[in-house]
Ligand binder design. Structure first.
Ligand SMILES: *Cc1c(COP(=O)(O)O)cnc(C)c1O
Length: 370
């Protein structure tokens, strides 16, 4: 029988050092510095791993690094949404979940589907309206937090919400995809469970789809591990290997993306082609509302030379998209809102590209139709 690995010892090392050093093989002659890629569907019987759906040493390296960064124990999943589904599966049928109105679309559709089938009651809230969220938690079993939210970039008061939810008897899950453990460690702020789309900043190179859950609650860890095996929401071995490699530079990538994003957000705020800039002050995601409406926003996202028109975020390269191009995006998101995932390129090159793209949109609008 597979036995869960023990909680990592509390570390006095800074996150940058943890990102580089955790999840390595022991230092001994001829040992590789990195945990190798181990494709395995089964193991010689008699040990802890037994079968490929239960455990894998390559997953474990990723889980050890992420767990150490978040301050808990991690489990890797096939995708961020597989992690979300696994957590939601553990909520007792009929219970109420409080969730942000502006959350990741896949999370919102899982909640809506469960509500339609009568499996759960869902109350959507503005996650930055602390008093309203606290009131909604009164009769809830679970508070789902995303902060900053996708794509409106609202910020939740995580410590206050965790305290209020716990007082009301509700558990708290934080989707920490946008902030990463470099900028925000929800378990330290009181959350019970952290969820990640490792597809984004953790893997960081737009080459893998992967999810993760982290918790320091022993019972939750066992239940989630059990659930992962039961439904088979297990990660690909290559994906966890790629993501471990990604985690080694997480702090560098997040710091650079953040400093680029801060600078671009400030300059965009002074640009006449932009009606509004949303930037929470941290992280690498910026949302802009483009003067001239949805058409101008579409034109803008097609005119970047460096900024790639693509969904997703958290890669080394800068990407952008108009969010309302997705049919299911909530109507409360302005139709001229463009979400920018700022990468780690040179900031002046990025600014020149943005300025040129904004100028080309301005020219197109100034030119009367023939
Ligand atoms: C992308 C994303 C997800 C879903 O993750 P996948 O890896 O695409 O399944 C969940 N939450 C947030 C905030 C995301 O950005």
């Amino acid at each position: 029988m597979h036995t869960p690995r023990p909680l990592p010892a509390r570390t006095d090392l800074a996150p940058a050092t943890v990102a580089v050093t955790a999840g390595r093989p022991v230092h001994e002659p001829d040992a590789p510095l990195n945990v190798p890629l181990t494709p395995a569907s089964t193991y010689v019987a008699g040990g802890d791993r037994e079968y490929g759906r239960y455990a894998n040493p390559t997953w474990e390296a990723f889980e050890d690094v992420l767990g150490a960064l978040e301050g808990g124990r991690a489990l890797a999943f096939a995708s961020g949404l597989a992690a979300v589904a696994t957590v939601l599966d553990l909520v007792t049928p009929g219970e109420k979940i409080v969730a942000p109105r502006h959350a990741y679309l896949g999370t919102l559709s899982q909640l809506a589907e469960k509500e339609r089938r009568g499996a759960l009651a869902v109350q959507l809230v503005d996650i930055d309206d602390t008093a309203a969220v606290v009131a909604a938690c009164e009769d809830a079993a679970l508070l789902w937090i995303e902060s900053p939210t996708n794509p409106a970039l609202e910020v939740a008061d995580i410590p206050a919400l965790c305290a209020a939810a716990h007082a009301a008897g509700a558990s708290v899950v934080v989707d920490n995809t946008f902030a990463t453990p470099i900028l925000q460690r929800p378990l330290e702020l009181g959350a019970d469970v952290v969820v990640h789309s490792a597809t984004k900043y953790l893997a960081g190179h737009s080459d893998a789809v992967l999810g993760a859950i982290v918790t320091n609650d022993d019972q939750a860890y066992r239940a989630l591990d059990e659930r992962r095996r039961t439904i088979g929401a297990t990660p690909g071995t290559l994906e966890t290997w790629l993501a471990t490699r990604g985690l080694r530079t997480l702090h560098l990538r997040v710091e650079r993306a953040q400093s680029n994003a801060r600078e671009l957000a400030a300059r965009l705020g002074r640009h006449p082609g932009i009606d509004r800039v949303r930037y929470p002050g941290f992280g690498g995601v910026v949302a802009i509302e483009v003067a001239g409406g949805a058409m101008a926003a579409d034109l803008l996202t097609h005119s970047g030379r460096l900024f790639v028109h693509a969904t997703s975020l958290g890669g080394v390269e800068s990407t952008w998209e108009r969010r309302r191009r997705w049919q299911s995006e909530p109507q409360t998101i302005p139709d001229n809102l463009v979400r920018i995932s700022v990468g780690v390129e040179d900031v002046e090159d990025l600014w020149n590209d943005l300025e040129a793209s904004l100028a080309s949109v301005g020219d197109a609008q100034a030119t009367p139709d023939p």
